[in-house]
Design a protein around this ligand. Structure first.
Ligand code: AQP
Length: 351
């Protein structure tokens, strides 16, 4: 059966890109799927080991999930480090994946910068832990932003190599599940997970530079809309957003080569649950001086209830912790079964 898994790192400054690229999709998927939504706190250590406020950042992501409308009774919401299976399976996957695969990851290259020798080993192995996050639950679908596409391909490569290398053991243990691998139907243990990257805002760009993605770590706060921003701040940031001097085009094709216009139209479309073409049909030909106030109104209308709910939820940290603990217990039931199977397949002595 389909199972959705996704996660967000508790690294501060949760922004509109995280909301439109990930959280909003989680909310839409939860009606028809079993879902597991994780706060991936172990990942937060890969870029910076000593964190000021990891506990409250972790609670903040959980609060955003709940404030956006994720039902933590029906689905599983927890923080990664509570379930030991993530780190255990990541170790096995470190031995499945090849160094060359990791070296090719664009996120590693971007985040390690020029001094690659000095990046943490965890930053290099990040995609292996991410594959473990997903495959620990044998999740079939992962809603993410476009920047995570390469990591999901790597998760498929890891699953494929594991299934192939251990195919005889998987079959002998009776743990094979029929699945499609390319053209063939084979028995494997781990599914080849599908990324869910759709819609008009899979890559929300910086408000200051249409060539850079909106990011938590951008030093300029004006580059992003934070989920904690109030209405005045949202209005100021959108008013100051970089644009070109032309009016909006009359067709979506006219957005190509105009990254800032394309970005604002994409944001509008995602917030309004429509397409870029739908926005252009209504707003095409308008000047930014007219379009930006309409975008401000829409963004405030959609984000203010979430910001308010986040604030209310954050006021009761004990309740957030209760949700995460209970979610961790439920996640661990699934994870422990997978780790039992994996130990049998790999040949690790266990009870
Ligand atoms: N700009 C974006 N547009 C659409 N989706 C985005 N996501 C991130 N940025 C955008 C999606 O949000 C989810 C959580 O991201 P993450 O916290 O796990 O890691 P990230 O991709 O490294 O996020 P940031 O915000 O950009 O942080 P930094 O500054 O550290 O690089 C993922 O589904 C991601 O695709």
């Amino acid at each position: 059966p389909p199972l959705v898994f996704s996660g967000i790192q508790p690294t501060g400054n949760l922004h509109l890109g995280n909301y439109l690229g990930a959280i909003k999709k989680f909310v839409a998927l939860q009606d028809d799927h079993d879902c597991i939504f994780c706060v991936v706190d172990l990942h937060a250590l890969t870029a910076q080991l000593v964190q000021d406020d990891l506990v409250s950042q972790t609670r903040q992501i959980a609060a955003a999930y709940l404030a956006a409308g994720i039902d933590a009774e029906k689905h599983i919401v927890f923080n990664q480090s509570r379930v030991a299976g993530h780190a255990e399976l990541a170790w096995i996957f470190n031995c499945v994946a090849r160094i060359g695969w990791m070296n090719r990851m664009t996120q590693f290259k971007d985040k390690a910068g020029k001094d690659r020798e000095n990046a943490s080993l965890g930053l290099l192995a990040y995609p292996s832990l991410m594959a473990a996050d997903i495959l620990l639950y044998r999740a079939t679908h992962v809603p993410v932003g476009d920047d995570q596409k390469q990591h999901l391909e790597l998760a498929r490569d890891i699953a494929t190599k594991f299934n192939n290398d251990f195919s005889a053991r998987i079959a002998a243990a009776g743990l094979g599940v029929p699945m499609r691998m390319g053209e063939e139907r084979v028995n494997g243990y781990f599914p080849l997970t599908e990324p869910l990257i759709e819609g008009p805002a899979t890559r929300v760009m910086s408000l200051k530079d249409g060539a850079k993605k909106m990011s938590k770590s951008d030093p300029s706060d004006l580059s992003r809309i934070n989920l904690t921003d109030d209405a005045d701040t949202i209005a100021r940031k959108i008013r100051k957003a970089k644009t070109d001097p032309l009016p909006l085009p009359d067709s979506v094709e006219g957005l190509s080569g105009r990254p800032e216009a394309d970005n604002l139209v994409g944001i509008y479309a995602a917030l309004a649950d429509t397409t870029k073409a739908g926005v252009i049909a209504r707003e095409g030909g308008r000047q930014f001086s007219e379009f930006k106030p309409a975008l401000v109104d829409l963004a405030v209308e959609k984000l203010a209830p979430i910001t308010d709910a986040m604030r209310r939820i954050m006021a009761d940290p004990a309740e957030i912790d209760r949700v995460l603990k209970r979610g961790g217990e439920r996640a661990n039931e699934i994870a422990a079964r997978t780790m039992g199977d994996v130990k049998r397949i790999v040949g690790l002595l266990d009870d």
